[in-house]
Write a protein that binds this ligand. Sequence first.
Ligand SMILES: [Zn+2]
Ligand SMILES: [Zn+2]
Ligand SMILES: [Zn+2]
Length: 299
Amino acid sequence: MLCELSEGSFVQTWFRLSCLETLFLFITSAPVFYYYYARSNVTYEKWIYKSNPKFPSPQKVRDEIVQMIKGMLCATVCPALSLTLAQYGVGNAFCGWGDRPVSYHIGVMLFSWILSDFFEFFYHRLGHVDLKFWTHHKHHHVFHNPSPFSVIADEPIDQFFRSSPLLVLPLLIPINMDLLFLQFGLFFYTYGVYLHSGYEHSFISPHNKIINTSFQHYAHHARSSMNTPYHCGFFLKIWDQLFSSCYPEDKECFCAECGRGRGERTIDEFNKIDVPDYSVLLRPSYWMTWKTFKIEARD
Ligand SMILES: [Zn+2]
Ligand SMILES: [Zn+2]
Ligand SMILES: [Zn+2]
């Protein structure tokens, strides 16, 4: 399916992918945002699972969306390059199932998923331990209290590197392009929407030992900075456990689950919370201002 998109020049492929990706970003992030953040949908029953009891301002969400579009335009460069190279027969990318058994595709997906999860962790951690990388990555940390629109709200250079497995993997191993793109769309973007949703879930505790939950990523946004790389992992917790970059256990945990345990999530506390009117984001006039392009910097 995606191979058909690569007909024509690299720029044409990049443009088509960017249009598709924009559509994909909004149809995955916007419904989750509407469900959890629209005033009419915010309830006490949902709020007791919100990691940060407060809600971000509409200006912050507008900044996330602008940064997301900037990031997206660069996130599609590697995939477009990959599809263009495949068109010229460079590398090992192929379209369709080919003559390989289903077990091959499953094995390759598993391998590329674990390898990419480690790569995303390692590159992310670099953004917190090396000043050159932090200069770019700090723009993702402007969003202390993230919403589902901040998954790829990064500087372009960061998005270029984060999407580089889509270029490198097909050069190294024979791989079905549709499956690879599907994997990144589902495991990395859609899971990223959950990680940035700001809400925890009853079916998975933030204190489980295996999988990063939305709380770990919220903690990352809220507490990580240069030289404090807490929870840089994406899906598996093992990478942060191996590199000793989990939030210190001797500090009081600030997840919603522990907050509920301490009796902090009462209906009285909920009634004190101000839920902004995000419907301003639907007004064109809210976007047609210079402030739209001035995203608050972070030192
Ligand atoms: Zn970070
Ligand atoms: Zn993030
Ligand atoms: Zn906790």
